[in-house]
Design a protein around this ligand. Structure first.
Ligand SMILES: Cc1cc2nc3c(=O)[nH]c(=O)nc-3n(C[C@H](O)[C@H](O)[C@H](O)COP(=O)(O)OP(=O)(O)OC[C@H]3O[C@@H](n4cnc5c(N)ncnc54)[C@H](O)[C@@H]3O)c2cc1C
Length: 454
């Protein structure tokens, strides 16, 4: 079968490419190939209380399927060039912001109406941070929440399903360049198209590397972020989260001058498992619906690790550390802050007696056996720094879950049209290594659709 445009991956990048193409060029024949299931069929077996370790489903419902890695996320759309990716380097800062705002508008139209847009503009918290050696990054953030995010995705699918051909449970094996256009090779049959948008996200990182090698598309090595997810009573951060919802705070450690930053803050949220290529790491989310909220707030503390020659496999490094935690804990490990600084493993009774009730059923353990000393030292220093702006952060009963790893794809060499050295072959979203967030990935999808539409 032949299509005008084939999109590989139905995450935010792929969805927004498809959406914009149907709006601007309704006559184009468009198909979306997705290795995961359609939205309604996405269920992870380790989401319940009984199974703690990954049972390696053929397609991981957390990371794959309609909605991509973002389907069960907190749905925080950060409208900023300060973090979330470097799309602005390719398309310009104003264009990037304009597209993120456009995506926000669509999200509101498709079910997100009434959700809050938070902003750091004019906040007094910035001054408090500076006074304590912390730096608050500027951003506006739309918080859809896991529940509304799911509704928006459902409505987008209802809009798209009759206009675009969806092939779910269909992993593309490879992409071949033809004299004119591309052959998209799937397990049972092949398809052809004039233009191809690759939007395979983080879960498609290894596949992306393989395709780049086969097609001789250059890539640059990238970084990996390592750290823990912090969980504490929501009151400790409520003066910040009530005003800003999510705050990205950066701290430079005194010991090594490393940068440690907060990431993905979930007021009254829950800590969850994340699965990347069969390795279980930790993440967090929260609901907009007050009935589904918890008494805790969680956020990640991450340290970025860049490698220089001869080592290039930053993701492999992150994976090895995550594997170590899986080996020791069978999955994610949880430890009380007080136990960590006193150098002993948390036991189940330590966790049961903790004043902070965990929202994830993780294995009590010792994070100092998993995380490199330099990274752990930085995290401990940052917890004490945060304690000055949010007293209670460094309480003994603050829970630390590990490990949290942010894998970044190799950056694929594309031009200012997000096009590779092959005409009509675009690479967007997190799979390109250029974006690392819902808003940037979605904006990159709108951008290429407009390029194709003309
Ligand atoms: C638990 C969690 C919470 C998060 N919370 C937030 C948040 O609040 N805010 C935020 O900005 N970001 C968040 N993120 C990150 C965000 O989800 C990603 O940045 C975003 O989804 C990237 O979009 P994408 O379209 O580039 O890739 P993805 O969403 O990863 O989608 C790629 C899709 O491609 C498919 N695919 C891969 N390879 C193939 C192949 N060979 N053939 C066919 N299909 C393939 C995958 O199955 C996947 O569905 C979160 C991520 C997780 C896991």
């Amino acid at each position: 079968m032949n299509y005008d445009v084939i999109i590989i991956g139905a995450g935010p990048g792929g969805i927004y490419s498809a959406y914009e193409l149907t709006k601007l060029s309704p006559n184009l024949k468009v198909a979306v190939f997705e290795e995961g299931h359609e939205l309604a069929k996405r269920h992870c077996p380790i989401d319940g209380d009984k199974i703690k370790s990954c049972i390696h489903c053929n397609s991981c419902s957390i990371m794959s399927g309609f909605g991509g890695a973002g389907a069960f996320s907190d749905g925080k759309y950060n409208i900023t060039n300060d973090f979330g990716g470097t799309l602005y380097k390719y398309i310009g800062k104003n264009k990037a912001l304009e597209l993120m705002e456009y995506v926000d508008k669509i999200n509101l139209e498709y079910g997100g109406e009434g959700t809050k847009l938070y902003s750091t503009a004019g906040t007094g918290f910035k001054k408090l941070c500076i006074q304590n050696g912390l730096h608050l990054l500027d951003a506006s953030v739309r918080h859809l929440g896991t529940d509304i995010n799911y509704i928006v995705l459902g409505h987008l699918y209802d809009y798209l399903k009759d206009k675009v051909d969806f092939y779910f449970d269909t992993a593309v094996e490879t992409v071949k360049a033809l004299e004119s256009g591309y052959e998209i090779v799937c397990p049972k049959e092949s398809f052809t198209c004039g233009k191809c948008i690759i939007s395979v996200g983080r879960s498609g990182s290894k596949w992306m590397e393989k395709v780049c090698k086969e097609l001789n598309i250059s890539t640059l090595s990238n970084r990996v972020d390592l750290g823990v997810r912090v969980e504490l009573p929501a009151e400790v951060f409520s003066h910040i989260t009530d005003e800003l919802y999510e705050s990205k705070i950066v701290y430079r450690t005194q010991k090594y001058e490393d940068l440690v930053r907060t990431f993905c803050m979930n007021p009254r949220g829950a800590v969850v498992n994340e699965n990347t290529n069969g390795i279980v790491t930790v993440n967090g989310h929260s609901y907009e619906d007050p009935k589904k909220q918890t008494n805790n707030t969680n956020f990640a503390l991450l340290v970025a690790k860049h490698f220089t020659d001869p080592f290039k496999d930053s993701n492999g490094y992150g994976e090895s550390i995550a594997r170590l935690s899986n080996m020791l804990g069978g999955g994610v490990i949880v430890q009380r802050f007080g136990d960590l600084i006193r150098g002993h493993r948390s036991s189940q009774s330590d966790i049961d007696e903790s004043f902070t009730t965990p929202t994830l059923n993780a294995s009590p353990g010792d994070l100092s056996l998993v995380l490199p000393k330099r990274i752990l030292d930085g995290i401990i220093e940052m917890i004490y720094a945060l304690d000055k702006v949010a007293p209670g952060t460094a309480n003994d009963d603050t829970l630390l879950y590990g490990v949290e790893v942010k894998f970044y794809n190799m950056e694929v060499l594309v031009n200012e049209h997000l096009e590779t050295n092959y005409k009509g072959l675009y690479v967007i979203g997190d799979g390109s290594g250029i974006t690392h967030s819902l808003s940037h990935a979605s904006a990159s999808g709108v951008f290429v659709a407009r390029e194709i539409a003309g």
